[in-house]
Design a protein around this ligand. Structure first.
Ligand SMILES: [Zn+2]
Length: 429
């Protein structure tokens, strides 16, 4: 199977986009019915030649547990056609395997190239990659092969030390960086503390992965704001998942993530798997088009967001995906209000007097959920009321707040067995 590319499809009329997506969906379903042991029975009786895009909701959803439990059955090509394999954590205790054919790897590059092109990358860019390409990290390969197919040059410095990245910035003058916001922030602070003048540096753009940059209203969270200020560069967010390989990347106007309509179809569903109208918050479901090795239908990503359908000044005529607001399995219902740990963290991250924190959610005796926010403060310890008011104003719910010594919080947050700080503790039964 070769991949069909429509690089300017997003700029076409809604009718042209709809018709092209429908044709590609039929092609996708034909490949699946002919070759996917997992879906073959599930799609029995479907009239593919007359299948419409509007009927997509009639097809079954697929979740991480389906993929873990029937992992091998998702493979729709022979082992000989596989050119790359990756593994991600599964729900069975065993990592789930993902296979990519030559066409899938070409799709991976095309997909990422479209995103990078939309936020202004060209063949003149020299890009410092600060995320790893090994350990089966498919996103690293995507961030390498996408810009490269645009003609840009890549420096694969990956998980190297700050000193090594700084050395490259000074010596090679890259024009852009790709990485996790908290790391890029650390790098920026380190470089300014050495007396290096960031006004003179060459970095003009940063593409951020893995951590949210914006809130529900698309305003920058503290990390995004600080990144633009410290580096004096434009910061763009991109999002994708290993299973769907459909990237959502902000364009130069930074108003949500565009995707390539020839590579995927996006839906949002509620807790009961019912489709939600544009603008409403729910779980992101993606049908990746043109995937060959492990094609999927309506994959539930577990990530929470919403669709933005107001026009974008860049002229792309497709809805955009909002920022990722949380993970479905971390959803809390506090006094009847649905919320995610990320929204609480966003408030705390924006308060300069909060030095460290973590959240704990538990069931109380009546089995309703109870959220406690543990906070360590800088200086004046009598600011609890002020913090509570700010949390309540933003979350519309008042959690319990406990002020504790910073050492106690650090013991909970920084654990030897975890690479990332642990700021959310879920003790619900
Ligand atoms: Zn746009």
């Amino acid at each position: 199977m070769s991949i069909l590319k429509y690089p300017d499809l997003a700029f076409q009329s809604s009718e042209v986009i709809y018709k092209t997506q429908e044709d590609l969906l039929r092609r996708h379903l034909r490949h699946i019915c002919d070759n996917s042991p997992y879906y073959r029975d599930k799609l029995k009786g479907i009239d593919i030649e007359h299948f419409t895009l509007d009927s997509l909701q009639q097809l079954p959803l697929t979740d991480k547990s389906d993929f873990s439990h029937h992992n091998d059955q998702f493979q729709a090509v022979s082992d000989r056609a596989v050119e790359d394999m990756s593994f991600s954590s599964g729900t069975t205790g065993q990592p789930t395997k993902f296979v990519y054919t030559r066409s899938d790897l070409e799709r991976l590059a095309y997909n990422e190239a479209q995103g990078f092109r939309s936020c202004g990358f060209t063949d003149e860019d020299i890009i410092l990659l600060t995320c790893t390409m090994d350990r089966c990290f498919i996103a690293g390969l995507a961030y390498y092969s996408g810009p490269r197919s645009l003609g840009a040059a890549l420096i694969r410095n990956g998980n190297s030390t700050l000193a090594s990245h700084l050395d490259i910035i000074k010596r090679i003058s890259p024009t852009a960086m790709i990485g996790v916001p908290s790391f890029l922030l650390k790098l920026g602070k380190c470089i300014t503390s050495e007396g290096f003048n960031l006004a003179d540096h060459s970095i003009k753009r940063m593409v951020c992965i893995g951590e949210p940059l914006r809130d529900r209203e698309l305003n920058f969270l503290k990390a995004g704001e600080e990144l633009e200020r410290i580096w004096g560069a434009k910061v763009y967010s991109t999002y994708a998942s290993t299973e769907t390989i459909t990237a959502f990347c902000e364009c130069e106007y930074q108003r949500g993530g565009h995707y390539s309509p020839d590579l995927g179809i996006v839906e949002i569903v509620d807790e009961n798997d019912q489709n939600l109208p544009n603008g409403e918050v729910g779980e992101v479901v993606v049908t990746p088009l043109q995937m060959e090795g492990m094609p999927m239908i309506r994959y539930k990503t577990g990530d929470i967001s919403f669709i933005i359908d107001t026009g974008c000044p860049c002229g792309r005529n497709i809805p955009r995906l909002g920022p990722i607001l949380g993970r479905r399995n971390q959803m809390m219902k506090i006094h009847g209000t649905t919320m995610y740990p990320q929204s609480v963290q966003a408030v705390l991250d924006g308060l300069p007097q909060v030095k460290e924190y973590y959240l704990k959610v538990q069931h109380n005796e009546s089995f309703s959920e109870h959220l406690t926010v543990y906070v360590a403060l800088d200086g004046d310890q009598s600011q609890a009321d002020d913090i509570l008011q700010k949390l309540q104003a933003r979350l519309r719910v008042k959690p319990e707040l406990k002020i504790v010594p910073i050492e106690e919080i650090r013991k909970v947050v920084y654990r030897p067995e975890s690479r990332k700080p642990v700021r959310f503790i879920d003790e619900r039964k």
